[in-house]
Ligand binder design. Structure first.
Ligand code: PLP
Length: 384
């Protein structure tokens, strides 16, 4: 059997056809036909006030920092168990990062630890829906409201996931999606800024359009556009939007298949969990997943050995994240030194398994047989 690849970016089939049709529209930069199609799709489906197509989720997070007007010394509360962009976007504007430990079951920010970290300088809570599993949004929203601080959802991995029957991305004042090729739907590199708090809409367009009021010009509201505020070049080109639109309209089908693979893993690994060899992801009853990531937690000192064993059996698996509070730059921009026990433990014990649309049941069966072999070799040594 060929090597089982960790990720194969999905192609639905219409991407290049859509891009070819751009000849007809004669518009290749941002804000054209397909940008608007993607925008409308997001507004209708996520049920948000507005959605701006941007170059990446990183760009969308940077826009969030500009929108909430981060000044040097402002504090942002977030998990350390996340991708660098979640923090980097805010440190670019001089924010201090307050890292909070994660929940042992979901690996999402522990909502019980947020309140004790709020100070007069706290500007926002940034939650990350890790692996497309939702954070405890009712509780976190209540805290943000009580202290009058902004709530931002880094929903990079969470397109079409739900919290209590509402799509993720619809809870924060602002939210962000990633359409990087590693995500459920993609356009190579791309992202979206989701706006639920209407007061940010006008400013968001200015920030996206290089600090100009070009959007009003495009809508024939003004005769000439000019420099009216801070901004950058954040808009997604029509070439990428055309690619993305073909995938967005198929996201339901894509999600269904990913969840099917996720469930095959979950069932296959049940016996290992019973034998105390590993833990499977915990999905709270309030969360509906999108099958973005299937991960397992193994004994810390066996993690690398398992990865090598899989590799020698032609199975590519990976781990992440190096916790931000321990990273070289994270230490510099953190408010203080943090000792986050669960973040440290889980990040050293986590393995992500291949999950993409080219996987078949026989591939999952092979992976499970491989784990069976490994755990038999290790005996009690592998027990958690
Ligand atoms: C939680 C999280 N936030 C932000 C990003 C950045 O996304 P992008 O590559 O679209 O900038 C990622 C990318 O994997 C992510 O996982």
């Amino acid at each position: 059997m060929n090597k089982i690849i960790f990720n194969v970016p999905h192609i639905v089939g219409n991407e290049l056809k859509n891009q070819n049709s751009l000849k007809k529209y004669k518009k290749f930069s941002s804000n054209g036909y397909y940008t608007n199609k993607c925008r409308s799709w997001l507004i209708k489906n996520i049920k948000c006030e507005d959605a701006l197509l941007v170059k990446s989720c990183t760009a969308a997070l940077e826009m969030c920092a500009l929108l909430i007007d981060i000044k040097p010394g402002d504090e942002i509360i977030m998990p350390s168990f996340t991708f660098v962009s979640t923090a980097n976007a805010f440190t670019l504007r001089g924010a201090k990062i307050v890292f909070v430990d994660i929940n042992k079951d979901t690996l999402n920010i522990d909502e019980k630890l947020i309140e004790e970290n709020i100070t007069k300088k706290t500007k926002a809570i940034v939650v990350v829906h890790y692996a497309g599993v939702s954070c405890e949004m009712d509780k976190i929203k209540k805290i943000a409201k009580r202290y009058k601080i902004f709530l931002v959802e880094d929903a990079a991995q969470a397109i079409l996931s739900k919290y209590k029957n509402k799509y993720l991305g619809s809870f924060g004042d602002l939210a962000t999606f990633s359409f990087h090729e590693t995500k459920n739907v993609h356009c190579g590199e791309g992202g979206a800024l989701i706006i639920n708090n209407k007061k940010f809409i006008k400013k968001a367009y200015i920030i996206k359009d290089k600090g100009t009021n070009r959007d009003e010009f495009d809508k024939n509201i003004i005769k000439k556009y000019s420099w009216v505020g801070v901004g950058s070049s954040y808009g997604l080109s029509e070439i990428n939007s055309a690619f993305l639109y073909s995938q967005l309209i198929k996201v339901g089908k894509i999600t269904k298949y990913r969840v099917k693979i996720w469930k095959l893993y979950n069932k296959g690994f049940e016996k290992f969990e019973k034998q105390k060899k590993l833990l499977r992801p915990h999905i709270p009853i309030y969360s509906k997943i999108n099958g973005h990531i299937f991960y397992i937690i193994v004994k810390k000192n066996l993690r690398d050995k398992i990865l090598s064993f899989l590799e020698s059996n032609k199975i590519m698996a990976v781990f992440h994240y190096i916790p931000l509070h321990n990273s070289q730059y994270g230490k510099k921009v953190a408010k203080k030194n943090y000792n986050l026990k669960l973040t440290d433990l889980k990040s050293k014990s986590l393995i992500r398994l291949p999950l993409h649309l080219s996987l078949k049941k026989k591939n999952i069966d092979k992976i499970i047989v491989c784990f069976d072999k490994f755990f038999k070799q290790q005996g009690k040594n592998a027990n958690l």
